[in-house]
Write a protein that binds this ligand. Structure first.
Ligand SMILES: C[S@@+](CC[C@H](N)C(=O)[O-])C[C@H]1O[C@@H](n2cnc3c(N)ncnc32)[C@H](O)[C@@H]1O
Length: 509
């Protein structure tokens, strides 16, 4: 691959994904919840954001489509990551996003506007200490006062148990020939055969067999970029916090709102132990030790402003939310990273129904008698859980909605058109959310058929069959045009009844 990869895995692209964690409304909610004043530029949607190591750049592209008053700089040194997103940006007429094929070091030498947000997802643990220092320098020079950094990384102590697995994969992939995806598949298969023997590390470590089994279903692209880089460092939160302090950054809280609810994962006695620490970085690290945390998504602020109790309450009260599923699709028990949580009907039913009717602020929700009876703390907690589990979302202010809608429509037209030939980006831009809404390829084809005034099932089948695809249900494959079109007809009826009203409410259909 030549010398440009700087120890990073080469010759294989990363997976294509869109993330919601650093969309402005989510950032504002997470910050306000933790008692930080969200930057005004973020609240109004007219900020400047950078995404170093953006991979295929789809999150920045989608945010640029949804938020035309904001500006985006996304950068990655892998040309095959940048080429596709530049084409998407051209097709969608994105004038507010630049996609740079540059290394972190090249980007650091570039002059540019001050940044309000920097998103570092899947980067910090996977690059060298030298490259982290370069990124830190960029943050020091270019992040505006009040600016926010989103950073994810493999965390300690939870990652410790996975270290032998990474070593095993690195060794086995190096020891063989043929294309990298084949070597990865053979390495995972080998790890699985070793695990089947039990004993040693496999026997002594909970969850290893399951982890290897999960890897069998992951793409080689994910496995390569997660495990096969020359650098792969897991961090204690305290070390990340102390490193970022050199760029005047202070830990502002977990980016995923429910991770701020410590009682979900810690007993009262454990919470009290963590609270004995005077140092917030140490306190957070103690919690990670007690929960054996293996991955973190953190927010840091540069000169962030603390909110008083009353102002925090006022800002939370004015935050508006919408539901991302049909009200009767809210589960009664939710599977979460910290286990199964009950969603009591007395609270979640009126909450779901109110939010499905129209976006509502916390204050407006509390004016509804059934929710007032539950109490403010319970309703806010429910909103915190729902937003973290992608069942609800905070929304952008009314101001600028028509501009956002026009830009989102343009972006979505380009995205839908691509679904004739594939299924990425797999998300549409929502002017309401200022973020993405996932759609399957079939849903995208139905939406495209409606725009083109074509018969939906026949249109979808024409494109799916051109790719050699067939539909299936309950483990059975449909054979022939007629059976597949009939299945698509059935799916379109269900789509029109359940999904379409939701997609319309979110402004993407
Ligand atoms: C694990 S991927 C994460 C991609 C994306 N942020 C995401 O989360 O989907 C890390 C990305 O960083 C890029 N990268 C690694 N080292 C880099 C460097 N020195 N300069 C620029 N990009 C780099 C890789 O090409 C890769 O796309």
């Amino acid at each position: 691959m030549g010398g440009w990869t700087e120890g990073y895995v080469g010759g294989i692209d990363y997976i294509r994904a869109v993330y919601r964690d650093w969309s402005p409304a989510m950032l504002c909610f997470a910050l306000t919840l933790r008692g930080w004043r969200p930057p005004e530029a973020l609240r109004r949607g007219c900020f400047t954001m950078a995404e170093p190591g953006c991979g295929h750049g789809l999150t920045s592209a989608l945010l640029a489509g949804a938020l035309p008053a904001a500006r985006f700089e996304a950068m990655d040194f892998n040309p095959s990551h940048i080429v596709g997103v530049r084409r998407l940006a051209d097709d969608a007429g994105l004038a507010n996003a630049t996609f740079l094929e540059e290394s972190f070091a090249e980007y650091a030498r570039r002059e540019g506007p001050m940044l309000d947000v920097v998103a570092l997802h899947g980067v910090w643990s996977w690059v060298s200490a030298e490259n982290r220092a370069v990124l830190l320098d960029t943050l020091r020079r270019r992040l505006a006062p009040g600016g926010v950094v989103f950073v994810s990384y493999n965390a300690l102590p939870g990652t410790l148990v996975h270290m032998p697995l990474r070593r095993l994969l690195v060794e086995r992939c190096a020891d063989g020939d043929g294309p990298l995806p084949d070597r990865i598949a053979r390495a995972v298969e080998f790890a699985s055969r070793m695990a089947a023997q039990g004993g040693g590390w496999f026997g002594a470590t909970d969850g290893v067999v399951e982890r290897i089994e999960q890897l069998r279903h992951k793409s080689p692209n994910y496995i390569a970029h997660e495990y096969l880089n020359g650098d792969w460092t897991a961090f204690y939160h305290a070390d990340v916090a102390r490193e970022l302090a050199a760029a005047k950054l202070e830990f502002a809280g977990a980016a995923v709102p429910m991770e701020q609810l410590h009682d979900l994962s810690l007993s009262p006695a454990q919470q009290a132990l963590a609270a004995e620490s005077q140092d917030p970085a140490q306190e957070e690290t103690l919690r990670d030790v007690m929960t054996n945390r293996s991955f973190r998504r953190d927010l840091f602020v540069k000169g962030g402003e603390r909110l008083g109790r009353a102002e925090r309450r006022m800002l939370l009260g004015g935050t508006r939310f919408t539901l991302l599923v049909a009200a009767d699709d809210l589960p009664e028990v939710a599977s979460t990273p910290v286990g199964r949580l009950p969603f009591p009907r007395a609270l979640y039913r009126p909450l779901g129904e109110a939010l499905a009717e129209r976006p509502q602020s916390l204050d407006a929700l509390l004016a509804c008698p059934a929710l007032a009876a539950q109490g403010e703390e319970a309703v806010l907690r429910a909103l915190t859980l729902l937003t973290s589990l992608s069942l609800a979302a905070p929304i952008m202010p009314e101001d600028g909605l028509s501009e956002r809608q026009a830009s989102s429509d343009r972006f979505n037209a380009a995205v839908l058109d691509r679904h004739r030939f594939g299924d990425t980006p797999g998300q549409l831009a929502s002017a309401l959310l200022g973020a993405g809404v996932p759609v399957s390829r079939i849903e995208a084809l139905f939406l495209l058929a409606a725009r083109l005034e074509e018969e939906p099932a026949a249109f979808a089948w024409r494109h799916l069959s051109a790719d050699g695809l067939r539909l299936g249900r309950d483990g059975e494959r449909f054979e022939g045009d007629e059976a597949n079109r009939a299945e698509l007809d059935r799916r379109h009826a269900a789509f029109a009844q359940r999904r379409l009203p939701l997609l319309k409410r979110l402004g993407v259909a």
